[in-house]
Design a protein around this ligand. Sequence first.
Ligand SMILES: *Cc1c(COP(=O)(O)O)cnc(C)c1O
Length: 374
Amino acid sequence: MDKVRAELQQLADAGLRRRMRPIDGPQGPELVVDGRRAINFSSNNYLGLAGHPILQRAAARAADEHGFGAGASRLIAGNLAPHRALEQRIARWKGTEAALLFSTGYQANVGMISGLLGPEDVVFSDELNHASLIDGCRLSRARTVVYRHADADDLAQKLAAAPPARRRLIVTDSVFSMDGDRAPLVELVALARRFEALIAVDEAHAVGVLGEDGVGLCAGLGVDLQMGTLGKALGGFGAYVAGAAPLVELLLQRARSFIFTTALPVPVVAAAHAAIDWLITDEGRAARRQLAANVDWMAARGYPRSHILPIQIGGARATMELSEALLQRGLFAQGIRPPTVPPGTSRLRVALMATHTEAQLASLVDALADLRIR
Ligand SMILES: *Cc1c(COP(=O)(O)O)cnc(C)c1O
């Protein structure tokens, strides 16, 4: 146990020991953080759906009708009507032949890559991809080639230089989770076609928020596999991979994070279905417009044009001190440290929501100026 304690102490000494803050909800533009009311700039609940009565009611109705748990994996006895309906709904929304539910985005990414690739394959991965994509690459045991962030030229060189393989796969976030910028998807798809590779895109931070009907950034581009989570803008829990029927079926056959796990509880599935339906209601459209207006409001004050604003600090300890100083002022912007981001690039990650008021945004801008962060 001494060695374990020493390891924890090392993390603390490096300013990297994390702790789970007690949060009291419901999830909204304000939260109670460590017992103190604060404006919430730290959640991925971009449209305010996590606390929305539409999801609450859909989940409650489904529980009344079907009970709670699915009881088994999808391939044993857990393939219930609400799962099948949600997969069809996602495929229709995405304009793909098929979609497959996973329990979480983490499992979707791990299963998507390790289900498609083996040691005889090559995967090309953006250097700032989400940890779940990185872990999928590792678990697949495919040769992994990391290309420079959002750099299609670097990827082209690496594709040209790579030895022959049974299968090649390009993987990228569409909106990068800790940077808020976007992958050059049109160029990446063109490279995939030119080099006979597949391309899989993680839309975790785009679905619900960006694109017509909140469909994300891949629509109409020819992306082979679109992964998305139901836990961020869609306000619930779960995830999917959508694409051509044979690819999706191969995942059903091979993705161990799909096969060897219990199907999602029915109320969770029903809430996700309601959330996707909500995206194309007047209220859903208005929420997307309001989030875009909030992004514009911050951009007019010199911030990047994204709902994810990285405020670079550098050192891990300094970042956490500034996050704490903001919290003292009633503003919650979580500090992000390695290994979530590369060493020396610790940052505050500010996430904007449709439900933030202009006064709340102004209080953040003023506090950052006051603390001489920006
Ligand atoms: C959050 C996130 C995931 C994981 O999704 P969960 O449903 O939370 O497991 C995957 N990829 C990216 C880019 C993410 O930000």
